[in-house]
Design a protein. Structure first.
Length: 584
């Protein structure tokens, strides 16, 4: 009986290189193994000669017995016994196919000692076998033996055909699956030492560094690669990705500004730049970049969606509507597009149209919010009981849904000036989802209306304790202290921290202007408030700026600011209040 013919008794993990994958497939009965041809198991090419390429070897009774024992042991998950018997068969037969099968079982059993022993035997039979060197390299890495691992991997680099850079890519992929981070990097450093001018070698090393989360090393390697090949697009995109992962958004933007002209026709790189500008809240520049991309790809879904959101953010409602309508027309991202079309219609006061859009949002992340906004529209139309009934009918299965529903119900009570009922909603919600920052923030804003400043401060500080970079909480606490107390220095410090985190948030810029005004620094206050108004034409900002100008004695300029704001928001209470106080 041919040893090779018995290979179908066992269907284990892929080739010996699968040791690097730290995984394997279960031992299975012969009829399942027969589904895959002997030389291609688990979709991975197996370096084993076909039966016709090998001499036929007979099986004596003892060998056959061990083979059957190994098969049954594998089926019963008695892997030690399976490894022991296959190792014995490999030693006695010295058949490469059996040796390979034995290594597969040892790999699956995570028996590194047995795998190394069998791999040494394989090298005796086939001295140039790359799979055996891979197994021994992996075992050495797990033992922290850099020298041995390097020796075996150099044997692979120096054998057979294929460019060194390509082989280093394969090695980098294998190494990235090992847990011993320091050893794998030390091994790769040694392997790449003679290929520092080889772009593929540097790229492979950088790839490994990213996989093991050594971003500083990856950045350095990719920078070297870009010096060798400035037009290497993949290297450029990976370099930017590493900078982003490292939190170096500004450096990434600066790189784009210095180098993007070299990639003028590359759509994907310009798309990365536009997204990066958006993340950095440089919305005007981002919109300009996305608009240029839209000219190149008028129906690109990502570009249309981004432009819609950016236009909405900057109150360019007509542009936003056009982009979202186009998405609906081409049948892409329809739930999201309809949701934002509803938001646009609602902002314009077309409540029935908005409700129609919301009712069509039946899936996606905004589905619950769309139902909630439909309920809020009922409230805007004077149907308070109907609005609350709609909210109560929404199934809140998760924390996010519960929070949104609580916020909406509390908002209705707040607008009806039923503050105690709103507070009860927040209190009950926080009993279920204690520490939820959105609920704490909502209760803090309610507390301000109820003159419960101690509660406001406690909730906002609880948020900041959880998330020291929560710009909205820092700003809200700073603004409240500036507006309602004499703790102006403390307020300024809080707002400055918020401004460092979100320098282009008009609310925070407005708060800085307001605290400076309260401190008597009128010129500085005016500068911040004018910038805030440039960022967003908001009636509260206009009220603040007008007040500062009036106090400075520039009354005509103050009236001009207020009158301009009244044209778009004639019913704003904050604007009306400041005008009545200073210009009755």
């Amino acid at each position: 009986m041919n040893v090779i013919k018995h290979r179908h008794f066992l269907r284990c993990c892929g080739p010996a290189a699968a040791l690097f994958l730290a995984t394997g497939c279960a031992l299975q009965p012969a009829e399942k193994a027969a589904e895959a041809p002997p030389s291609e198991l688990d979709g991975m090419s197996v370096r084993t000669a076909a039966a016709s390429d090998r001499p036929v070897q007979g099986l004596d009774s003892e060998t056959l017995y061990k083979l059957l024992v190994a098969e049954i042991a594998g089926q019963r998950e008695k892997l030690d016994l399976a490894v022991e018997n296959y190792r014995d068969i490999a030693r006695s037969s010295r058949d490469p196919a059996v040796i390979e099968r034995a290594i597969r079982i040892a790999v699956y059993a995570r028996d590194d000692a047995a795998a190394a022993d069998i791999a040494e035997l394989w090298l005796e039979v086939e001295p140039d076998n790359s799979d055996a060197h891979q197994v021994l390299a992996a075992v050495a890495i797990r033992a922290g033996d850099v020298d041995s691992a390097v020796a075996h991997l150099e044997a692979i680099l120096n054998s057979g055909s294929g460019a060194p850079g390509q082989k280093l890519w394969l090695i980098a992929n294998m190494l990235s699956r090992e847990d011993n981070r320091e050893t794998t990097l030390a091994v790769m450093e040694r392997l790449v030492a003679d290929y520092r001018d080889n772009p593929d070698a540097l790229f492979a090393y950088a790839h490994l560094a990213v996989r093991v989360n050594d971003l500083e090393r990856a950045e350095s390697l990719l920078a070297q690669l870009l010096e060798l090949q400035p037009d290497n697009l993949n290297a450029a995109m990976n370099y930017i990705s590493v900078l982003q992962k490292s939190g170096e958004k500004q450096r990434a933007i600066e790189w784009f500004e210095e180098n993007l002209d070299s990639y003028e026709d590359n759509f994907n790189l310009h798309l990365m730049y536009a997204r990066l500008l958006t993340d950095a809240q440089r919305f005007a520049a981002a919109r300009e970049e996305f608009q240029a991309l839209l000219e190149k790809a008028p129906e690109n879904v990502d570009v249309l969606y981004a432009l819609g959101l950016l236009s909405l953010q900057s109150d360019r409602l007509a542009d936003a509507e056009e982009h979202f309508r186009q998405l609906v027309e081409i049948g892409q991202r329809k739930p999201e597009a309809r949701y934002y079309l509803g938001r646009i219609a609602e902002q314009r006061g077309d409540l029935d149209e908005a409700a129609g859009y919301y009712d069509d949002v039946d899936s996606g992340d905004n589905a619950i919010d769309a139902k909630i906004r439909s309920a809020l529209i009922e409230h805007k139309q004077g149907r308070v009981a109907a609005a609350l009934a709609r909210l109560n009918a929404i199934d809140a299965s998760g924390e996010r849904e519960r929070v949104l529903l609580a916020q909406a119900e509390a908002e209705i009570f707040m607008q009806e000036k039923r503050y105690d009922e709103a507070l009860a909603v927040y209190n009950e919600a926080l009993e279920k989802d204690a520490g939820n920052t959105d609920l704490l923030y909502g209760r803090a804003m309610l507390a301000e209306k109820m003159d419960k400043l101690e509660l406001l401060e406690r909730d906002l500080r609880a948020i900041i304790e959880q998330d020291p970079d929560h710009a909205q909480a820092l700003n809200a606490l700073g603004y409240t202290l500036a507006d309602r107390t004499d703790r102006l220095e403390e307020a300024r410090e809080l707002i400055e921290r918020a401004l460092e985190i979100s320098p282009n948030d008009f609310y925070i810029v407005d708060s800085m202007g307001w605290v400076l005004y309260r401190m008597g620094k009128l010129d500085a206050a005016e500068r911040y408030l004018r910038r805030a108004l440039e960022l967003r034409n908001d009636p509260e900002v206009a009220a603040h700026l007008g007040e500062v100008l009036w106090v400075k004695g520039e009354r005509d300029a103050a009236r001009e600011v207020w009158e301009t704001a009244l044209q778009s928001t004639p019913d704003d209470e904050r604007l009306q209040d400041v005008i009545q106080r200073f210009n009755p």
